[in-house]
Design a protein around this ligand. Structure first.
Ligand SMILES: Nc1ncnc2c1ncn2[C@@H]1O[C@H](COP(=O)(O)OP(=O)(O)OP(=O)(O)O)[C@@H](O)[C@H]1O
Length: 385
């Protein structure tokens, strides 16, 4: 498990590149950015040409300031911004071939949508497919104030994409889009990015954006890049609590080590609350980590890795080689699109979130207050030490 470092290097096999920069790849070398008295840590990373890096971060993490620095609106405090073979660091914004969709749409209020879209590098041949993909034709003769926030965001997205930018910067592109319309706009954007192969940095606090659009995902926390890697690495193996929270891990259970032992090649931790056993975790502890009785850990489990099933009649916890089943009580069930989201209470006082398909929900014939089992594979119980 990676320790938190001030200097984080994104170096998955897919993203290592030459010292001079692969064509079209974005490379940050020792970049430090800031706004007012606020300053980030030093960050090194590379986004290969045509890939999308989604940076997740809380409010004030430094996401917009980073995009402003990449666009040249803020000077870098240290380090370099390189796009392919070009060093952009000292270039003014107008010399950088960058499409930028700001957090606020920043459309000219006294211009029609058509004129806003033609502003800058756009040619009509380039604009036409975007008008169709983003369904903008009905609004071309309107003014920004005549559009809803979501409609203005679509215009701003088209404006960022027009003119074949070499780098696309997207700041919370779906924040004003209503939740029902978001999935289809995300799909449209994913298709446009794939088709145009533009190297993209998208910042957001919504893990769904990272799941659906990120070839790479980074987690920014207080100006530090805590983790960067494939979506699978970040969502399934977050290195620490802040990353787990930002990656949207639903179940974060604070537990105490009651005993540590070994079973064959595996480490076994008996975990509990105030000396009462809750469950046994089995896996491989990070090299050099010894956990004494009393040590505090967190188990991170995504809701989709918790499977509702009939409760065992005889035991609160049943355990086999690669999974365990916890007995729980249903305290809330709500419909989320095609799934039921269930909130359950464990006898130890912890809560567990899970999902059930409607067929399973009917099969289990659950009622609020009823008892059910929660089956979890050991591989999905991620230990944060
Ligand atoms: N105009 C400003 N003057 C001085 N400091 C600022 C200003 N704007 C932002 N900051 C500081 O810079 C830090 C980074 O801000 P930034 O806008 O990049 O965060 P963010 O991650 O984009 O947040 P949000 O999700 O709220 O948009 C903030 O923590 C804030 O303290």
């Amino acid at each position: 498990m990676a320790a938190l470092t001030q200097r984080t290097v994104l170096a998955t096999p897919a993203v290592t590149g030459s010292a001079h920069g692969a064509p079209g790849a974005l490379r940050l070398r020792g970049l430090q950015w800031g706004i007012g008295a606020w300053q980030s840590a030093v960050v090194d990373l590379q986004v290969p040409r045509g890939q999308t890096l989604v940076l997740l971060g809380h409010n004030g993490a430094g996401k917009s300031a980073l995009l402003d620095t990449l666009a040249g609106f803020l000077p870098a405090r240290a380090g370099q911004v390189q796009l392919g073979a070009q060093d952009l660091t000292a270039q003014p914004p107008e010399k950088r071939r960058i499409g930028y969709m700001f957090q606020r749409d920043a459309l000219f209020p006294h211009w029609t949508i058509a004129r806003n879209l033609q502003f800058g590098r756009g040619a009509q041949t380039d604009l036409d497919p975007l008008l169709d993909a983003l369904d903008l034709r009905p609004w071309l003769n309107q003014y920004p104030h005549q559009l809803s926030g979501g409609q203005r965001q679509r215009v701003a997205l088209a404006r960022a994409l027009v003119g074949a930018p070499e780098l696309l910067l997207l700041d919370e592109p779906f924040s004003a889009i209503d939740p029902e319309a978001r999935p289809s706009l995300r799909r449209t954007l994913a298709a446009l990015l794939r088709e145009r192969a533009i190297t993209t940095v998208l910042v957001t606090h919504d893990p769904v954006d990272a799941h659906l659009l990120g070839d790479l995902v980074g987690v920014l926390y207080g100006g530090r890049l805590l983790q960067a890697g494939t979506p699978q690495q970040v969502f399934e193996r977050p290195p620490d609590l802040p990353t787990a929270r930002l990656a949207g891990v639903d179940n974060l259970w604070p537990l105490q080590v009651l005993a540590q032992s070994r079973l064959g090649a595996q480490d076994v931790l008996s975990l509990g609350i105030e000396a009462q056993p809750v469950l046994d975790w089995r896996g491989t502890l990070p090299a050099g980590v010894e956990l004494q009785p009393g040590a505090r850990v967190t188990l991170a489990v995504r809701a989709e890795a918790v499977h509702p099933c009939p409760a065992s009649a005889s035991a609160l916890v049943t355990q086999d080689d690669d999974s365990l089943t916890l007995t729980a009580r249903l305290i809330e069930a709500r419909c989320e699109g095609p799934l039921w989201r269930l909130r359950c209470a464990l006898p130890c006082g912890l809560e567990a979130e899970t999902y059930a398909l409607p067929t399973l929900w009917c099969e289990l014939a659950l009622e609020i207050g009823g008892t059910l089992g929660l089956r979890i594979r050991q591989a999905n119980l991620h230990l944060l030490v």
